[in-house]
Design a protein around this ligand. Structure first.
Ligand code: F3S
Length: 646
């Protein structure tokens, strides 16, 4: 039976387990990446493991999320990250060099390798034929320490692309079409593997856009083959030596196949406030827009910006629209300058920002009240953009610029002929903001510089015999990590200070959540949370597990969990339970007291069924579907305790 490409790469990296969907496997990780919002904690954890130098082929620490330096905190964190990189043999990408995924695709992505990143959009590198997975910071710290990464073998969905996109229809529209079919949870437990005659028309950055947005479908990762298009990309990056042809077997067996005729697609948009709330742009046309932003790891490549620049050679931005461009990387910006694209952007009415995440993580660029913002970003969950309610739409760069010109949501096909965009065969490469690791003997002498904002990690107590406490919060379906641990300019600078950042947990859902939880913790009671389907979707933000744990959360009972969040809960000793009978969700109210007797013993024995006594209401049965390693982690109180124990 022929194998999909994803299984061939996984097989080459298999440390333990069998490639049978649902079974736990451990794989060797070749490369890691961190970004600053998750990285400071990941490196504190790496230090706690006590390894002298990273054991991966390559590890990179990017500073792209939190690059505004409105006081000492971010600047201190950047210096901490740089000194850690020097000390432990890690590449360091300085603020201004660009978004981790764009820079990684340009400078480091290698077909056939595995990449683990403490950012949920790490699968972007799948556009270059690698298995790239997003994970919590602690998982990445373990990978840097040379430990394998554990996951349940995903099913492989073959996405068969045929035909060719019409002018003005883009890679973003392919991803939005799939989001409309699969929704934000349709990719759970799956790898999306693209194949078919249509892929030859898609460049590596376009493939990367599609892989990037697979994250919004909940997919473990997404991957394209490594073919002539990949070779062209690597040549353009001066890295032809990294090329290797990698294709699925001719008769590869997929668990499921989705067919997409590219020629039939049209411009699409994700309406407020979920990436799967997809409509045709034509249906939303005519609504006034106040802000349009081109940027983020999904759509800020050189091609994206050049198309926009070409359009702006002919048109000017509407006077009522703030049209903003955040280039994906320094390389994108520099090549844009050389190709005269920057001149057209500026003369057309663009407000230019530095390369980085910026508004995508709520660091500035909030739109005005009650007005529509069109963005080429990855997600439009409520609260992510810095306003509430949100009117954020996700669109392609083509739809974005057409709307910026007209001042209303506009189908880009109205602009007439598609501009001719020629990309250079060799990009101008400028790695001056990318600092290579120091040799081992020099690295050993480096002193790590810690600012006052960096608090040491607290201890994680083991699972008690019995869990007794209160369900302090009950929430609905599709709760995101942005709901649990919001981002934004006020909160992100506290990422290396757990007592401070934990005050913001669920702040927009229940402003007193942190206070109530800490009071229970002081009394020795456990905090519980009840959730619906797909609990914890969105980012890889381990603070969404770590900060609640600091507040005393010990159990989360949901109808189902998103993959990365579930792993993060286990990594920090929070028990993820699912309802045996999903209808029991209705039986529990916020504020109910609960007891789970002998929980330690049940987990030790590997019992799957767990009885939760809800005081005054009776019993609810839950499932603890944990592997042996996960059980050990829960018992010890955290993966860190487990790693230290040997
Ligand atoms: Fe940054 Fe937004 Fe991507 S925060 S890594 S640009 S999803």
């Amino acid at each position: 039976m022929g194998k999909p490409l994803a299984y061939k790469i996984l097989e080459n990296h298999l440390v333990s387990g069998r490639l049978v969907p649902g079974e736990e496997i451990a794989i060797k990780i070749d490369q890691t990446l961190t970004q600053d919002a998750t990285g400071t904690m990941a490196y504190l954890e790496f230090e706690a493991i006590g390894i002298d130098r990273v054991k991966t082929e390559l590890s990179v620490s990017y500073v792209d999320h939190n690059i505004l330096q409105s006081d000492f905190k971010n600047a201190d964190d950047h210096r901490f990250l740089q000194s850690i990189a020097k000390r432990y043999g890690i590449w360091f990408s300085k603020p201004g060099n660009g978004i981790c995924h764009q820079v990684h695709l340009e400078r480091f992505a290698r077909p056939g390798k595995t990449l683990l990143g403490s950012d949920s959009h790490t699968p972007t590198a799948g556009g270059c034929g690698m298995i790239a997975i997003g994970a919590g910071g602690l998982d990445v710290a373990m990978a840097m320490a040379g430990k394998p990464f554990y996951l349940r073998t995903p099913k492989i969905v073959g996405v068969y692309l045929e035909g060719k996109l019409q002018p003005w229809v883009t890679a973003r529209d392919i991803a939005l079409y799939l989001l409309s079919k699969l929704t934000v949870k349709g990719g759970l437990g799956k790898i999306l593997e693209y194949f078919g005659p249509g892929i030859k028309y898609l460049s590596v950055p376009e493939r990367a856009t599609i892989c990037n947005l697979g994250t919004e479908m909940g997919a473990t990762t997404s991957i394209f083959p490594s073919d002539e298009i990949t070779r062209k990309w690597l040549i353009a990056q001066g890295r032809e030596q990294d090329f290797v042809e990698l294709l699925p077997d001719e008769n590869a067996q997929y668990d499921e196949i989705i067919e997409v005729d590219l020629s039939k697609l049209e411009p699409l948009c994700a309406c407020p406030s979920s990436p799967d709330n997809v409509k045709r742009v034509a249906e939303e046309a005519g609504k006034p827009v106040a802000q349009v932003i081109i940027g983020s790891c999904a759509n800020s490549s050189l091609k994206d910006l050049l198309v926009v620049a070409k359009v702006l050679e002919k048109y000017k931005v509407h006077p009522d629209v703030s049209f903003e461009v955040n280039p994906g990387s320094l390389q994108v910006l520099e090549n844009l300058v050389v190709l005269s694209g920057l001149k057209s952007l500026l003369e057309g009415g663009t407000r230019l920002h530095q390369s980085g995440c910026l508004g995508c993580i709520g660091m500035g660029q909030a739109p005005p009240t009650n007005s529509i913002s069109l963005r080429t970003f990855t997600r439009n969950f409520p609260g992510r953009s810095g306003t509430n309610p949100d009117f954020v739409y996700l669109v392609s760069p083509e739809t974005a610029v057409a709307s910026a010109i007209k001042g209303v949501i506009t189908d880009p096909r109205e602009l007439g002929e598609y501009p001719e965009v020629v990309l250079p065969e060799k990009f101008i490469i400028n790695d001056t903001l990318l600092i290579p690791p120091l040799p081992e003997d020099e690295a050993k002498k480096v002193e790590i510089i810690r600012g006052p904002n960096i608090a040491p990690l607290p201890p994680f107590d083991p699972l008690p015999e019995t869990l007794e406490g209160i369900f302090v919060l009950k929430v609905g379906d599709n709760i995101t990590t942005d709901h649990i641990m919001p981002a934004g300019a006020q909160i992100l600078p506290l990422r290396s200070n757990l007592p401070a950042i934990s005050q913001f947990v669920y702040k927009n859902v229940d402003p007193d959540f942190a206070k109530k939880s800490l009071e229970l913790k002081e009394k020795g009671l456990a905090v519980g949370i009840v959730g619906g389907e797909n609990y914890g979707q969105g980012s890889s933000r381990e603070h969404a597990a770590l900060a609640p744990r600091y507040l005393g959360v010990r159990v989360k009972l949901a109808r189902s969990f998103a993959r990365i969040h579930r792993s993060n809960l286990i990594n920090f000793g929070i028990l993820p339970l699912t309802f045996e009978n999903p209808a029991d969700y209705e039986k529990i109210s916020q504020g109910d007291s609960f007891i789970i007797e002998n929980i330690r013993n049940l987990i030790e024995k590997g019992e799957k069924r767990v009885k939760i006594i809800i005081k005054g209401k009776g019993e609810v049965w839950a499932l603890a579907e944990l592997t042996e390693r996960e059980r050990e982690c829960i018992l010890k109180g955290s993966l860190l305790n487990l790693a230290k124990a040997g």
